[in-house]
Design a protein around this ligand. Structure first.
Ligand SMILES: [Zn+2]
Length: 784
């Protein structure tokens, strides 16, 4: 069960505070607009339950306005609004959850650079009144299509003051709404004061938002009895009594948002040096809290050693009442089910904690691309896999996702990634970015790579940074011009494709010489690559390993090796970001779910209840806007089309022999006539099991072919929900009606074009052992 769920989950992400995850790339230039108006993101950390798509609360932005905004920033001093001169809010907030309302006094201190007059926005209907200033409403230059009604104000300070107080209050109540994603619906709110809980951030303009300004704050919150409030920074005052709770949170580090999360929590805490660790649970569970506190202690300690001091005074895990996966500065807001999955503590949790360095410590300048997800995933998710000796398999999966989900129009450069909105944008914004950092790491080595990261962190903490800032840090450590490397990976769309051929071996004195050709086969110009090569030698258990530089489309490689070469493997550990050849990729469900168009073929001969259930599943997928699905009956077709992915349903399907033929190359699998499946040494008879197999039509290119069969109509609804979470697998076995996954795996790669046999080797020998790799830090406790 644990693994099954793990397969369905990918780790979380930081909430991109100044962009909407649904802002399309076409709108990239409009990101010049003030930071906070664009931060309409709800980033979920499940691939499925909580992907952040918040179309309803995204505001439309005109180009004219974007330019006007940047001019406005220049007028009022431009960079002076940045991290060095934040606006300070001293907030007093009274929350009345039962009435969905709050009352706020906000004393705002402006930096001298702000001048006499500012504009800000505030949630509509809050009737603000200002002391020491005059306030007038201003029509919004670009009327909003947001779910959040917003009012713009101009405020003119009285002579000689730089501080004013705003008194306002009213209702903020935007109930959770369902947002469809590729795999599943999930919930978002633009802002909510409710008996179940309070969630406020700048999406709702709950505090006065000044374009382009960073903020520091102190916030006194008073709440009903039994309630607690959490925000960024540190808790500096706290009184919880039966009649009510008062609490103060203070953050003196520049922020681009102020979060206010409140509910009836039970709190657990622990000190870890200067950092206070907290867990706020909606349902008390001391054991669970202890585990999260201990894990936070360990992860923060490890990351501090690696990267530099943790940037805040506390870290809190906060249980949410909807299934979110948000990482905010100094806390994470995770759904109640999510925190109780046992694997989260080893997967999403370190990822969320690391976001305090990348994304919530050093902020992202979204105009030039969100680098933070790739770097965070590299040093958490990927690092854990390296620690578990599964780094190469993990990277191959990333490359497979890119190959399956990203083609043509779906591709874009890293400089245009803002947030995950689809499998394709994830494969680029997380996958390609992660591989870019991996290649930098391989190029520079452990010591220089870590030194560059520490420098980047030190120079940019509490500021917005982009890939140019990263390049500067890496160059100052590497002492080389990395412009071509950064340019080709950050600015270019696409990926190189590699092919190796013509391997020969000959004696060269006491040594041996091995020659082969290496080509970049993509249509686009050559990339500058460092390609790892492993040569398996006669009588040696360890391979000879080296790296070959390649700056052109073709290169002849000549290597001198100390014994007779038997086999050459190019990039055997998937260290280069590249488009995998179809022959390097075992067929998997991603080929079906990622296909441009998919035909489902139903078995006319199936018993009616079963056929009906198959139809239900086919229709559910057809209705999902993420898939382009057509449905046909097998008795209406003479042959299977070869120009699209085909999914056969049913043991009774009349095209099943084509699936059997397609699987014939795999010795480990056999489907027998009586209706049972053998995988390796295990046999699964048809009754009781639901089986899913991925293959490729054997008579042409690589058109994906899937085969799903069951004898249990009631299992199909569950299969329809679950299968999109298992895209990396070649086969799956489910039991019962839930149904529960009991087996899964990937077919072997049979004909990799990057593995070459050498003359004299009678049959392909297995690759010799490669040098084991060590993770930069021992992040998780493998003693578990
Ligand atoms: Zn993340």
């Amino acid at each position: 069960m644990q693994n099954k769920a793990a397969a369905a989950v990918i780790p979380g992400e930081v909430r991109p505070r100044d962009t909407a995850d649904t802002v399309s790339r076409v709108l990239k230039n409009t990101l010049l607009r003030r930071r906070s108006e664009l931060k309409k993101a709800r980033e979920g950390f499940f691939q499925h339950p909580v992907r952040h798509r918040v179309r309803p609360v995204v505001r439309s932005i005109s180009r004219a306005q974007a330019i006007a905004c940047s001019l406005l920033l220049l007028c009022i001093g431009g960079p002076a609004w940045g991290g060095e001169h934040p606006i300070h809010h001293a907030l007093k907030v009274e929350l009345h959850p039962r009435e969905h309302r709050f009352q706020v006094d906000d004393t705002i201190s402006l930096p001298p650079s702000a001048g006499h007059s500012i504009q800000f926005t505030l949630h509509a209907g809050l009737n603000p009144r200002a002391d020491h200033a005059t306030l007038e409403t201003v029509p919004d230059p670009a009327p909003s299509d947001s779910a959040v009604p917003m009012q713009r104000y101009r405020l003119t300070l009285d002579q000689g003051v730089n501080r004013f107080t705003l008194h306002y209050g009213g209702v903020i109540d935007h109930p959770l709404e369902q947002v469809p994603s590729e795999e599943r619906q999930f919930e978002v709110t633009a802002g909510l004061i409710d008996q179940e809980g309070v969630f406020l951030d700048s999406t709702s303009d709950w505090f006065p938002i000044v374009a382009g300004a960073m903020v520091t704050f102190s916030m006194d919150v008073s709440l009903p009895g039994g309630w607690d409030a959490v925000s960024q920074g540190k808790r500096t005052r706290y009184k919880k009594e039966s009649g009510g709770t008062t609490v103060r949170w203070a953050c003196d580090k520049p922020q681009d948002d102020i979060y206010l999360v409140a509910a009836q929590f039970t709190e657990y805490h622990r000190d870890a040096g200067d950092v206070q660790l907290q867990v706020f649970l909606r349902t008390p569970d001391a054991q669970l809290a202890r585990r999260y506190l201990a894990a936070a202690d360990r992860y923060i300690g490890r990351y501090q050693t690696l990267l530099g001091a943790y940037p805040y005074g506390k870290f809190a895990l906060v249980e949410n009442f909807w299934q979110s996966g948000y990482g905010m500065p100094s806390f994470t807001l995770l759904g109640s089910q999510i925190i109780r999955f046992p694997f989260i503590i080893y997967t999403s949790y370190p990822h969320e904690i690391l976001h305090n360095w990348w994304g919530n410590g050093v902020y992202v300048d979204y105009r030039e691309g969100n680098w933070s997800e790739g770097l965070t995933a590299y040093l958490s998710d990927h690092l854990v896999k390296v620690q578990q000796h599964q780094g190469a398999a993990y990277r191959r999966e990333l490359l497979q996702k890119y190959a399956d989900f990203v083609s043509g129009a779906k591709d874009f450069p890293l400089s245009e990634f803002t947030a995950r909105e689809s499998q394709a944008s994830e494969a680029v914004g997380y996958g390609k970015a992660l591989m870019f950092f991996h290649m930098l790491h391989r190029r520079l080595g452990d010591e220089a790579f870590v030194k560059a990261l520490r420098l980047f962190y030190k120079d940019n903490v509490y500021k917005a940074a982009d890939y140019d800032d990263l390049q500067r840090a890496f160059e100052s450590v590497a002492h080389e011009d990395l412009t071509p490397i950064f340019r080709q990976w950050v600015r270019r769309t696409g990926a190189p494709a590699l092919a190796a051929a013509a391997a020969t071996a000959s004696r060269n004195g006491g040594d041996w010489q091995v020659k082969f050709t290496l080509d970049q086969t993509q249509a686009e110009p050559a990339y500058r690559l460092r390609v790892p090569v492993a040569v398996t030698l006669q009588g040696r258990s360890n391979a000879y390993q080296t790296t070959v530089s390649m700056n052109s489309k073709h290169r002849e490689v000549v290597l001198s090796v100390p014994a007779r070469p038997l086999r050459v493997d190019v990039d055997p550990e998937f260290d280069v970001f590249r488009r995998l050849s179809r022959d390097e990729i075992p067929p998997a469900l991603s080929g079906l779910f990622g296909a441009q168009s998919l035909l489902i073929v139903l078995p006319a001969q199936a018993p009616p209840p079963l056929l009906h259930a198959y139809q239900g599943l086919a229709e559910a997928w057809r209705d999902n806007p993420a898939f382009n699905v057509q449905v046909a009956m097998d008795d209406q077709m003479k042959t299977l089309p070869r120009d699209r992915a085909v999914w056969l349903f049913g043991w009774e399907n009349r095209f099943k022999s084509q699936a059997q033929q397609a699987l014939a190359g795999y010795q480990s699998v056999a489907v027998d006539k009586g209706g049972s499946l053998r995988i390796d040494q295990q046999t699964f008879p048809a009754p009781g099991y639901s089986l899913v197999l991925a293959a490729e039509q054997s008579n042409d290119g690589h058109a994906p072919l899937g085969w799903l069969m069951t004898t249990r109509p009631d299992a199909l609804a569950g299969l329809g929900r679950k299968l999109p979470h298992y895209t990396k697998y070649s086969y799956l076995v489910f039991q019962g009606d839930a149904p529960d996954n009991i087996d899964r795996g990937m077919w072997p790669v049979l004909h990799s074009p990057l593995s070459l046999s050498l003359d004299g080797a009678r049959q392909s020998v297995p690759m010799a052992a490669l040098t084991p790799r060590r993770a930069l830090i021992q992040l998780i406790d493998t003693g578990h």
